[in-house]
Design a protein around this ligand. Structure first.
Ligand SMILES: Nc1nc2c(c(=O)[nH]1)N[C@H]1C(S)=C(S)[C@@H](COP(=O)(O)O)O[C@H]1N2
Ligand SMILES: [Mo]
Length: 512
Protein backbone atom coordinates (compact mmCIF):
# COMPACT_ATOMS: atom_id res chain seq x y z
CA UNK A 1 0.00 0.00 0.00
CA UNK A 2 1.20 3.47 -0.72
CA UNK A 3 1.33 5.32 2.57
CA UNK A 4 2.38 8.50 0.78
CA UNK A 5 -1.16 8.98 -0.45
CA UNK A 6 -2.46 9.73 3.05
CA UNK A 7 -0.17 12.75 3.33
CA UNK A 8 -1.48 14.86 0.47
CA UNK A 9 -4.00 16.64 2.72
CA UNK A 10 -1.16 17.47 5.12
CA UNK A 11 0.74 19.00 2.22
CA UNK A 12 -2.30 21.09 1.32
CA UNK A 13 -2.75 22.20 4.92
CA UNK A 14 0.92 23.05 5.39
CA UNK A 15 1.11 25.08 2.21
CA UNK A 16 -2.12 26.81 3.18
CA UNK A 17 -0.90 27.66 6.67
CA UNK A 18 2.34 29.03 5.30
CA UNK A 19 0.56 31.28 2.83
CA UNK A 20 -1.84 32.56 5.48
CA UNK A 21 0.93 33.24 7.99
CA UNK A 22 3.06 35.08 5.45
CA UNK A 23 0.08 37.07 4.29
CA UNK A 24 -0.80 37.94 7.89
CA UNK A 25 2.78 39.08 8.55
CA UNK A 26 2.78 41.13 5.34
CA UNK A 27 -0.50 42.79 6.32
CA UNK A 28 0.83 43.70 9.74
CA UNK A 29 4.16 44.98 8.46
CA UNK A 30 2.59 47.00 5.67
CA UNK A 31 0.01 48.36 8.09
CA UNK A 32 -2.77 47.19 5.94
CA UNK A 33 -5.59 47.77 8.37
CA UNK A 34 -6.72 44.15 8.49
CA UNK A 35 -5.29 40.85 7.31
CA UNK A 36 -7.11 39.14 4.42
CA UNK A 37 -8.83 36.74 6.84
CA UNK A 38 -10.20 39.64 8.86
CA UNK A 39 -11.26 41.36 5.65
CA UNK A 40 -13.18 38.22 4.68
CA UNK A 41 -14.67 38.08 8.17
CA UNK A 42 -15.82 41.68 7.84
CA UNK A 43 -17.21 40.91 4.42
CA UNK A 44 -19.19 38.05 5.91
CA UNK A 45 -20.52 40.37 8.62
CA UNK A 46 -21.53 42.96 6.04
CA UNK A 47 -23.27 40.38 3.88
CA UNK A 48 -24.99 38.64 6.79
CA UNK A 49 -28.56 39.81 7.27
CA UNK A 50 -28.84 41.93 10.41
CA UNK A 51 -30.92 39.54 12.56
CA UNK A 52 -28.66 36.58 11.78
CA UNK A 53 -25.55 38.57 12.63
CA UNK A 54 -27.18 39.72 15.83
CA UNK A 55 -28.15 36.17 16.71
CA UNK A 56 -24.60 34.96 16.10
CA UNK A 57 -23.13 37.75 18.16
CA UNK A 58 -25.56 37.15 21.03
CA UNK A 59 -25.08 33.41 20.91
CA UNK A 60 -21.33 33.51 20.94
CA UNK A 61 -21.49 36.32 23.47
CA UNK A 62 -18.73 38.32 21.93
CA UNK A 63 -18.86 41.53 20.03
CA UNK A 64 -15.52 41.21 18.31
CA UNK A 65 -14.57 39.28 15.25
CA UNK A 66 -12.73 36.45 16.99
CA UNK A 67 -15.42 33.78 16.65
CA UNK A 68 -15.98 34.61 13.05
CA UNK A 69 -12.27 34.60 12.27
CA UNK A 70 -11.87 31.24 14.04
CA UNK A 71 -14.82 29.84 12.07
CA UNK A 72 -13.34 31.06 8.81
CA UNK A 73 -9.99 29.52 9.73
CA UNK A 74 -11.61 26.14 10.35
CA UNK A 75 -13.41 26.25 7.00
CA UNK A 76 -10.24 27.35 5.28
CA UNK A 77 -8.20 24.57 6.95
CA UNK A 78 -10.66 21.97 5.67
CA UNK A 79 -10.43 23.49 2.20
CA UNK A 80 -6.63 23.44 2.33
CA UNK A 81 -6.65 19.73 3.21
CA UNK A 82 -9.05 19.04 0.40
CA UNK A 83 -6.93 21.03 -2.09
CA UNK A 84 -3.99 18.85 -1.03
CA UNK A 85 -5.93 15.70 -1.86
CA UNK A 86 -7.00 17.18 -5.17
CA UNK A 87 -3.41 18.05 -6.01
CA UNK A 88 -2.48 14.37 -6.08
CA UNK A 89 -4.37 13.68 -9.28
CA UNK A 90 -5.55 17.06 -10.49
CA UNK A 91 -2.97 19.73 -9.85
CA UNK A 92 -4.96 22.38 -11.70
CA UNK A 93 -7.96 21.75 -9.40
CA UNK A 94 -5.86 22.55 -6.34
CA UNK A 95 -4.47 25.66 -8.00
CA UNK A 96 -7.99 26.74 -8.92
CA UNK A 97 -9.03 26.22 -5.30
CA UNK A 98 -6.27 28.47 -3.97
CA UNK A 99 -6.97 31.09 -6.64
CA UNK A 100 -10.68 31.11 -5.78
CA UNK A 101 -9.86 31.54 -2.08
CA UNK A 102 -7.48 34.40 -2.86
CA UNK A 103 -10.18 35.86 -5.11
CA UNK A 104 -12.58 35.85 -2.17
CA UNK A 105 -10.04 37.79 -0.15
CA UNK A 106 -9.53 40.26 -3.01
CA UNK A 107 -13.26 40.89 -3.20
CA UNK A 108 -13.43 41.34 0.58
CA UNK A 109 -10.49 43.76 0.58
CA UNK A 110 -11.89 45.79 -2.33
CA UNK A 111 -15.27 45.99 -0.61
CA UNK A 112 -13.72 48.02 2.23
CA UNK A 113 -14.47 51.75 2.36
CA UNK A 114 -11.12 53.02 1.02
CA UNK A 115 -9.25 50.16 -0.62
CA UNK A 116 -5.81 50.75 -2.06
CA UNK A 117 -3.49 48.60 -4.11
CA UNK A 118 -1.20 48.02 -1.17
CA UNK A 119 -4.11 46.36 0.65
CA UNK A 120 -3.96 43.63 -1.97
CA UNK A 121 -0.25 42.94 -1.51
CA UNK A 122 -0.75 40.47 1.39
CA UNK A 123 -3.23 38.47 -0.67
CA UNK A 124 -0.90 38.25 -3.64
CA UNK A 125 2.07 37.30 -1.44
CA UNK A 126 -0.05 34.64 0.29
CA UNK A 127 -1.24 33.14 -2.98
CA UNK A 128 2.32 32.90 -4.31
CA UNK A 129 3.39 31.17 -1.09
CA UNK A 130 0.57 28.65 -1.39
CA UNK A 131 1.46 27.71 -4.91
CA UNK A 132 5.21 27.50 -4.40
CA UNK A 133 4.86 25.57 -1.13
CA UNK A 134 2.35 23.12 -2.54
CA UNK A 135 4.46 22.53 -5.64
CA UNK A 136 7.47 21.77 -3.46
CA UNK A 137 5.60 19.39 -1.17
CA UNK A 138 3.88 17.70 -4.10
CA UNK A 139 7.24 17.12 -5.75
CA UNK A 140 8.51 15.18 -2.70
CA UNK A 141 5.28 13.27 -2.27
CA UNK A 142 5.56 12.12 -5.87
CA UNK A 143 9.13 10.98 -5.35
CA UNK A 144 8.04 9.15 -2.23
CA UNK A 145 5.29 7.45 -4.21
CA UNK A 146 7.73 6.39 -6.92
CA UNK A 147 10.09 4.97 -4.34
CA UNK A 148 7.24 2.99 -2.82
CA UNK A 149 6.54 1.44 -6.20
CA UNK A 150 9.98 -0.13 -6.34
CA UNK A 151 9.44 -3.79 -5.40
CA UNK A 152 11.78 -5.41 -2.89
CA UNK A 153 12.38 -5.86 0.78
CA UNK A 154 14.33 -2.64 1.42
CA UNK A 155 12.52 0.53 2.34
CA UNK A 156 13.61 2.71 -0.56
CA UNK A 157 11.02 5.30 0.34
CA UNK A 158 12.73 6.26 3.59
CA UNK A 159 14.94 9.13 2.30
CA UNK A 160 12.19 10.78 0.31
CA UNK A 161 9.75 10.37 3.16
CA UNK A 162 12.21 11.97 5.55
CA UNK A 163 12.75 14.79 3.12
CA UNK A 164 9.02 15.39 2.78
CA UNK A 165 8.58 15.64 6.54
CA UNK A 166 11.66 17.82 6.92
CA UNK A 167 10.29 20.31 4.38
CA UNK A 168 6.85 20.17 5.99
CA UNK A 169 8.44 20.85 9.38
CA UNK A 170 10.40 23.78 8.00
CA UNK A 171 7.25 25.25 6.49
CA UNK A 172 5.37 24.88 9.75
CA UNK A 173 8.24 26.63 11.53
CA UNK A 174 8.20 29.49 9.01
CA UNK A 175 4.42 29.75 9.47
CA UNK A 176 4.83 30.07 13.23
CA UNK A 177 7.56 32.68 12.83
CA UNK A 178 5.48 34.58 10.28
CA UNK A 179 2.51 34.51 12.62
CA UNK A 180 4.68 35.80 15.48
CA UNK A 181 6.22 38.57 13.35
CA UNK A 182 2.75 39.60 12.28
CA UNK A 183 1.63 39.62 15.85
CA UNK A 184 4.52 41.75 17.09
CA UNK A 185 4.15 44.26 14.25
CA UNK A 186 0.40 44.27 14.77
CA UNK A 187 0.85 44.92 18.48
CA UNK A 188 3.10 47.91 17.89
CA UNK A 189 0.53 49.25 15.49
CA UNK A 190 -2.30 48.63 17.95
CA UNK A 191 -0.37 50.30 20.76
CA UNK A 192 0.27 53.41 18.65
CA UNK A 193 -3.29 53.35 17.33
CA UNK A 194 -4.71 53.05 20.81
CA UNK A 195 -2.61 55.84 22.29
CA UNK A 196 -3.66 57.93 19.32
CA UNK A 197 -7.34 57.29 19.98
CA UNK A 198 -7.01 58.20 23.64
CA UNK A 199 -4.99 61.36 23.03
CA UNK A 200 -6.60 64.68 23.93
CA UNK A 201 -4.27 67.55 23.15
CA UNK A 202 -5.09 70.73 24.93
CA UNK A 203 -5.31 73.65 22.54
CA UNK A 204 -6.20 71.57 19.50
CA UNK A 205 -9.56 72.65 18.14
CA UNK A 206 -11.88 71.16 15.57
CA UNK A 207 -11.73 72.73 12.11
CA UNK A 208 -14.44 75.24 11.27
CA UNK A 209 -14.62 75.88 7.55
CA UNK A 210 -14.39 79.66 7.11
CA UNK A 211 -17.23 81.48 5.37
CA UNK A 212 -16.91 82.13 1.67
CA UNK A 213 -14.14 79.64 0.86
CA UNK A 214 -16.33 77.51 -1.41
CA UNK A 215 -17.59 78.33 -4.91
CA UNK A 216 -20.23 75.64 -4.47
CA UNK A 217 -19.64 73.84 -7.73
CA UNK A 218 -20.02 70.09 -7.55
CA UNK A 219 -16.82 68.31 -8.48
CA UNK A 220 -14.45 70.92 -7.07
CA UNK A 221 -12.13 69.64 -4.32
CA UNK A 222 -13.75 70.33 -0.96
CA UNK A 223 -12.09 73.20 0.91
CA UNK A 224 -11.00 70.82 3.66
CA UNK A 225 -9.43 67.57 2.50
CA UNK A 226 -10.60 64.80 4.85
CA UNK A 227 -7.72 62.84 6.41
CA UNK A 228 -8.76 59.64 4.64
CA UNK A 229 -8.63 61.37 1.25
CA UNK A 230 -5.41 63.29 1.83
CA UNK A 231 -2.72 62.18 -0.61
CA UNK A 232 0.03 60.01 0.83
CA UNK A 233 3.66 60.10 -0.22
CA UNK A 234 6.51 58.45 1.62
CA UNK A 235 9.30 55.97 1.15
CA UNK A 236 8.31 53.85 4.15
CA UNK A 237 6.99 50.44 3.19
CA UNK A 238 6.71 49.72 6.89
CA UNK A 239 5.24 52.84 8.52
CA UNK A 240 6.78 53.82 11.84
CA UNK A 241 4.48 53.17 14.80
CA UNK A 242 5.59 55.46 17.58
CA UNK A 243 3.61 55.81 20.78
CA UNK A 244 3.75 59.41 22.06
CA UNK A 245 5.44 58.26 25.29
CA UNK A 246 8.27 56.87 23.18
CA UNK A 247 8.69 59.98 21.02
CA UNK A 248 11.46 62.48 21.51
CA UNK A 249 13.08 65.01 19.23
CA UNK A 250 16.66 66.17 19.38
CA UNK A 251 17.54 69.59 18.03
CA UNK A 252 21.28 69.93 17.71
CA UNK A 253 24.16 70.83 15.38
CA UNK A 254 25.12 74.45 14.86
CA UNK A 255 23.26 75.70 17.90
CA UNK A 256 24.26 77.29 21.16
CA UNK A 257 22.02 75.03 23.13
CA UNK A 258 21.03 71.51 22.20
CA UNK A 259 17.37 70.71 22.95
CA UNK A 260 15.56 67.48 23.59
CA UNK A 261 11.78 67.56 23.74
CA UNK A 262 9.48 64.72 24.70
CA UNK A 263 5.93 64.60 23.44
CA UNK A 264 4.71 65.93 26.79
CA UNK A 265 7.22 68.80 26.61
CA UNK A 266 6.04 69.62 23.11
CA UNK A 267 2.30 69.72 23.68
CA UNK A 268 2.73 71.64 26.93
CA UNK A 269 3.77 74.57 24.74
CA UNK A 270 1.42 76.99 23.07
CA UNK A 271 -0.47 75.39 20.19
CA UNK A 272 -0.72 77.22 16.89
CA UNK A 273 -3.36 76.28 14.31
CA UNK A 274 -3.96 77.17 10.71
CA UNK A 275 -5.34 76.13 7.35
CA UNK A 276 -2.36 75.11 5.23
CA UNK A 277 -2.23 73.51 1.80
CA UNK A 278 0.44 70.85 1.35
CA UNK A 279 1.57 69.62 -2.04
CA UNK A 280 4.12 67.31 -3.55
CA UNK A 281 6.90 68.37 -5.91
CA UNK A 282 6.07 65.36 -8.07
CA UNK A 283 2.54 66.59 -8.69
CA UNK A 284 2.03 66.89 -12.45
CA UNK A 285 0.17 69.88 -13.85
CA UNK A 286 -3.49 69.15 -13.06
CA UNK A 287 -2.52 66.37 -10.61
CA UNK A 288 -3.97 65.30 -7.27
CA UNK A 289 -0.96 65.36 -4.95
CA UNK A 290 -2.27 68.36 -3.04
CA UNK A 291 -4.54 68.76 -0.03
CA UNK A 292 -5.71 71.37 2.45
CA UNK A 293 -6.04 70.67 6.15
CA UNK A 294 -6.45 72.38 9.52
CA UNK A 295 -3.08 71.74 11.16
CA UNK A 296 -2.32 72.15 14.86
CA UNK A 297 1.15 72.14 16.34
CA UNK A 298 3.93 74.08 17.99
CA UNK A 299 5.71 76.89 16.16
CA UNK A 300 9.24 75.97 15.19
CA UNK A 301 10.41 79.58 15.27
CA UNK A 302 10.10 79.66 19.06
CA UNK A 303 11.77 76.28 19.56
CA UNK A 304 14.68 77.08 17.25
CA UNK A 305 15.09 80.48 18.89
CA UNK A 306 15.66 78.67 22.19
CA UNK A 307 18.29 76.48 20.57
CA UNK A 308 19.93 79.66 19.16
CA UNK A 309 21.36 78.75 15.74
CA UNK A 310 24.99 79.81 15.30
CA UNK A 311 26.07 82.24 12.57
CA UNK A 312 26.61 80.46 9.25
CA UNK A 313 23.78 77.98 9.73
CA UNK A 314 21.23 78.18 6.91
CA UNK A 315 19.53 74.76 6.93
CA UNK A 316 17.89 72.19 9.13
CA UNK A 317 18.46 68.56 8.24
CA UNK A 318 15.37 66.69 9.43
CA UNK A 319 15.37 62.94 9.98
CA UNK A 320 12.39 60.69 10.51
CA UNK A 321 12.22 57.60 12.66
CA UNK A 322 12.49 55.47 9.53
CA UNK A 323 15.63 57.26 8.41
CA UNK A 324 14.21 59.50 5.67
CA UNK A 325 15.85 62.93 5.49
CA UNK A 326 15.11 66.36 4.11
CA UNK A 327 16.86 69.73 4.20
CA UNK A 328 14.78 72.81 5.04
CA UNK A 329 15.92 76.43 4.87
CA UNK A 330 16.43 77.65 8.43
CA UNK A 331 14.90 81.00 7.46
CA UNK A 332 11.58 79.40 6.48
CA UNK A 333 11.43 77.74 9.89
CA UNK A 334 12.19 80.94 11.79
CA UNK A 335 10.38 83.72 9.91
CA UNK A 336 6.82 84.88 10.62
CA UNK A 337 5.14 82.01 8.75
CA UNK A 338 3.42 79.22 10.63
CA UNK A 339 6.11 76.53 10.31
CA UNK A 340 5.27 73.98 12.97
CA UNK A 341 5.85 70.63 14.54
CA UNK A 342 2.32 69.44 13.83
CA UNK A 343 0.54 67.05 16.19
CA UNK A 344 -2.97 67.18 14.76
CA UNK A 345 -4.57 67.19 11.33
CA UNK A 346 -8.14 68.36 10.88
CA UNK A 347 -8.65 68.45 14.65
CA UNK A 348 -7.52 64.91 15.45
CA UNK A 349 -4.08 63.49 16.28
CA UNK A 350 -2.12 62.89 13.06
CA UNK A 351 -3.06 59.63 11.39
CA UNK A 352 -0.15 57.15 11.57
CA UNK A 353 0.33 57.35 7.79
CA UNK A 354 0.60 61.12 8.00
CA UNK A 355 3.39 61.09 10.58
CA UNK A 356 2.00 60.29 14.02
CA UNK A 357 2.83 61.50 16.58
CA UNK A 358 4.73 64.51 15.18
CA UNK A 359 5.54 65.83 11.71
CA UNK A 360 6.75 69.10 10.29
CA UNK A 361 4.57 71.44 8.22
CA UNK A 362 6.02 74.52 6.52
CA UNK A 363 3.74 76.73 4.40
CA UNK A 364 5.25 77.57 1.04
CA UNK A 365 7.64 74.63 0.65
CA UNK A 366 7.09 71.33 -1.14
CA UNK A 367 6.74 68.32 1.14
CA UNK A 368 10.03 66.74 0.10
CA UNK A 369 12.08 69.59 1.60
CA UNK A 370 9.98 70.29 4.66
CA UNK A 371 7.07 68.10 5.71
CA UNK A 372 9.04 65.36 7.53
CA UNK A 373 6.66 62.75 8.95
CA UNK A 374 7.59 60.82 12.12
CA UNK A 375 10.27 63.49 12.66
CA UNK A 376 12.72 62.70 15.49
CA UNK A 377 15.86 64.69 14.72
CA UNK A 378 16.67 68.21 13.55
CA UNK A 379 20.24 69.14 12.87
CA UNK A 380 20.91 72.83 12.34
CA UNK A 381 23.55 72.94 9.61
CA UNK A 382 24.40 74.43 6.20
CA UNK A 383 23.18 73.38 2.76
CA UNK A 384 26.86 73.06 1.77
CA UNK A 385 27.41 70.32 4.32
CA UNK A 386 24.82 67.65 3.51
CA UNK A 387 22.57 66.02 0.96
CA UNK A 388 19.18 64.47 1.74
CA UNK A 389 17.02 61.61 0.51
CA UNK A 390 15.62 63.27 -2.63
CA UNK A 391 18.51 65.60 -3.38
CA UNK A 392 20.66 62.46 -3.68
CA UNK A 393 18.31 61.37 -6.44
CA UNK A 394 18.53 64.46 -8.59
CA UNK A 395 15.95 66.73 -7.01
CA UNK A 396 16.75 70.30 -6.11
CA UNK A 397 18.06 71.21 -2.65
CA UNK A 398 15.68 74.16 -2.58
CA UNK A 399 11.99 73.42 -2.97
CA UNK A 400 9.79 76.53 -2.71
CA UNK A 401 6.31 75.79 -4.09
CA UNK A 402 5.42 77.07 -7.55
CA UNK A 403 2.19 78.80 -8.42
CA UNK A 404 -0.36 76.32 -9.81
CA UNK A 405 -3.97 76.13 -10.93
CA UNK A 406 -6.20 73.39 -12.23
CA UNK A 407 -9.58 72.86 -13.83
CA UNK A 408 -11.68 70.29 -11.97
CA UNK A 409 -15.05 70.96 -13.57
CA UNK A 410 -15.70 69.92 -16.28
CA UNK A 411 -13.45 66.89 -16.38
CA UNK A 412 -11.01 66.32 -19.22
CA UNK A 413 -12.82 64.76 -22.17
CA UNK A 414 -16.26 65.67 -20.81
CA UNK A 415 -19.29 66.10 -23.05
CA UNK A 416 -21.15 69.26 -22.10
CA UNK A 417 -24.16 71.09 -23.49
CA UNK A 418 -23.27 74.01 -25.75
CA UNK A 419 -23.94 77.48 -24.37
CA UNK A 420 -23.18 78.60 -20.83
CA UNK A 421 -20.73 76.38 -19.02
CA UNK A 422 -19.64 76.65 -15.41
CA UNK A 423 -15.95 75.92 -15.15
CA UNK A 424 -14.28 75.66 -11.74
CA UNK A 425 -11.26 74.44 -9.84
CA UNK A 426 -8.55 75.41 -7.39
CA UNK A 427 -5.31 77.41 -7.50
CA UNK A 428 -2.52 77.74 -4.97
CA UNK A 429 0.72 79.55 -4.26
CA UNK A 430 1.27 79.05 -0.57
CA UNK A 431 2.63 81.93 1.43
CA UNK A 432 2.42 84.30 -1.54
CA UNK A 433 -1.24 84.01 -2.43
CA UNK A 434 -3.35 84.15 -5.57
CA UNK A 435 -4.86 87.43 -6.78
CA UNK A 436 -6.47 86.30 -10.01
CA UNK A 437 -7.40 83.22 -12.01
CA UNK A 438 -8.10 83.35 -15.74
CA UNK A 439 -9.60 80.84 -18.14
CA UNK A 440 -9.15 80.62 -21.87
CA UNK A 441 -11.16 78.85 -24.57
CA UNK A 442 -9.36 77.65 -27.72
CA UNK A 443 -6.45 80.06 -27.28
CA UNK A 444 -8.76 83.10 -27.18
CA UNK A 445 -8.76 85.96 -24.71
CA UNK A 446 -8.14 85.22 -21.02
CA UNK A 447 -11.41 85.57 -19.09
CA UNK A 448 -11.38 86.38 -15.40
CA UNK A 449 -12.73 83.83 -12.93
CA UNK A 450 -14.44 84.66 -9.66
CA UNK A 451 -12.38 83.71 -6.60
CA UNK A 452 -13.72 82.41 -3.31
CA UNK A 453 -12.09 83.82 -0.19
CA UNK A 454 -9.22 82.34 1.83
CA UNK A 455 -8.33 82.82 5.50
CA UNK A 456 -4.63 83.35 4.71
CA UNK A 457 -2.16 83.08 1.81
CA UNK A 458 -1.09 79.55 2.78
CA UNK A 459 -4.11 77.76 1.35
CA UNK A 460 -5.55 76.95 -2.02
CA UNK A 461 -8.36 79.08 -3.38
CA UNK A 462 -11.43 77.88 -5.26
CA UNK A 463 -12.41 79.68 -8.45
CA UNK A 464 -15.26 79.55 -10.94
CA UNK A 465 -15.91 81.07 -14.34
CA UNK A 466 -18.88 81.01 -16.69
CA UNK A 467 -17.92 80.36 -20.30
CA UNK A 468 -19.94 80.40 -23.48
CA UNK A 469 -19.23 77.42 -25.73
CA UNK A 470 -20.33 76.99 -29.34
CA UNK A 471 -21.14 73.41 -30.35
CA UNK A 472 -18.01 71.40 -31.16
CA UNK A 473 -14.68 70.49 -29.58
CA UNK A 474 -12.89 72.96 -27.37
CA UNK A 475 -9.75 73.31 -25.40
CA UNK A 476 -9.94 74.97 -21.97
CA UNK A 477 -6.97 76.38 -20.10
CA UNK A 478 -6.38 77.98 -16.75
CA UNK A 479 -3.67 80.17 -15.29
CA UNK A 480 -3.27 82.11 -12.08
CA UNK A 481 -1.73 85.42 -11.10
CA UNK A 482 -0.03 85.80 -7.72
CA UNK A 483 -0.49 88.53 -5.12
CA UNK A 484 2.51 90.36 -6.54
CA UNK A 485 1.01 90.47 -10.03
CA UNK A 486 3.18 87.77 -11.59
CA UNK A 487 1.38 85.49 -14.03
CA UNK A 488 1.81 81.72 -13.90
CA UNK A 489 4.11 80.63 -16.70
CA UNK A 490 2.83 78.54 -19.59
CA UNK A 491 6.31 77.11 -20.19
CA UNK A 492 6.12 73.37 -19.65
CA UNK A 493 8.58 71.96 -17.14
CA UNK A 494 8.81 68.42 -15.80
CA UNK A 495 8.39 67.72 -12.08
CA UNK A 496 12.13 66.98 -11.77
CA UNK A 497 14.11 68.74 -10.32
CA UNK A 498 11.96 71.31 -8.55
CA UNK A 499 8.31 71.09 -9.60
CA UNK A 500 6.19 71.15 -12.77
CA UNK A 501 5.06 74.28 -14.59
CA UNK A 502 2.63 74.87 -17.44
CA UNK A 503 -1.05 75.69 -17.84
CA UNK A 504 -3.53 72.94 -17.06
CA UNK A 505 -5.36 72.23 -20.32
CA UNK A 506 -8.40 70.04 -20.96
CA UNK A 507 -10.54 69.07 -23.92
CA UNK A 508 -14.33 69.12 -23.92
CA UNK A 509 -17.01 68.51 -26.50
CA UNK A 510 -20.03 70.80 -26.50
CA UNK A 511 -23.14 69.40 -28.09
CA UNK A 512 -26.05 71.49 -29.31
N1 LIG B 1 9.39 60.32 6.90
C1 LIG B 1 9.00 60.79 5.70
N2 LIG B 1 8.43 62.00 5.62
C2 LIG B 1 8.03 62.48 4.43
C3 LIG B 1 8.22 61.76 3.24
C4 LIG B 1 8.84 60.48 3.35
O1 LIG B 1 9.06 59.76 2.36
N3 LIG B 1 9.20 60.03 4.60
N4 LIG B 1 7.79 62.27 2.03
C5 LIG B 1 7.61 63.70 1.94
C6 LIG B 1 6.89 64.11 0.75
S1 LIG B 1 7.72 63.95 -0.73
C7 LIG B 1 5.66 64.70 0.81
S2 LIG B 1 4.96 65.37 -0.57
C8 LIG B 1 4.91 64.75 2.09
C9 LIG B 1 3.55 64.10 1.93
O2 LIG B 1 2.87 64.11 3.15
P1 LIG B 1 1.53 63.28 3.30
O3 LIG B 1 1.87 61.85 2.94
O4 LIG B 1 1.09 63.45 4.70
O5 LIG B 1 0.55 63.86 2.32
O6 LIG B 1 5.59 64.09 3.13
C10 LIG B 1 6.98 64.31 3.17
N5 LIG B 1 7.47 63.73 4.39
MO1 LIG C 1 6.56 65.00 -2.26
Amino acid sequence: MRTSRAWWPLAGLTAGALGLAVSYAAAALLHVRDSPVVAVAEGVITLTPGPVAKWAIDTFDTSDKKVLVAGILVVVALLFGWFGRLAHRRWWAAVTGYVVLAGTAVVAVLAKPTPSLIDLAPVVVGLLCWLVALALLAEWLRRWELAEDVPGPTDDALPTRRRFFAITGAMVAVSVLGGLAGRIAGNARRKAEQSRRLLRIEGVTAPAVPDGVAVDVEGVSPWQTPNDDFYLIDTAIIKPTIAPVDWEIRIHGKVERELRLTYADLVAREITEDWITLNCVSNEVGGDLVGNAWWSGVRLAAILAEAKPLPGADAVLQTSEDGWTCGTPLAALMDERNAMLAVAMNGVPLPIEHGFPVRTIVPGLYGYVSACKWVVDMEVTSFDDFTAYWTDKGWSAQGPVKIASKIEVPGDGAEVPAGELVCAGVAWFQHTGISKVEVQVDGGRWQPATLATTPNTDTWVQWRAVLDLAPGEHQLRVRAVDEEGRTQTGAIADVVPDGATGWHTIDVTASA
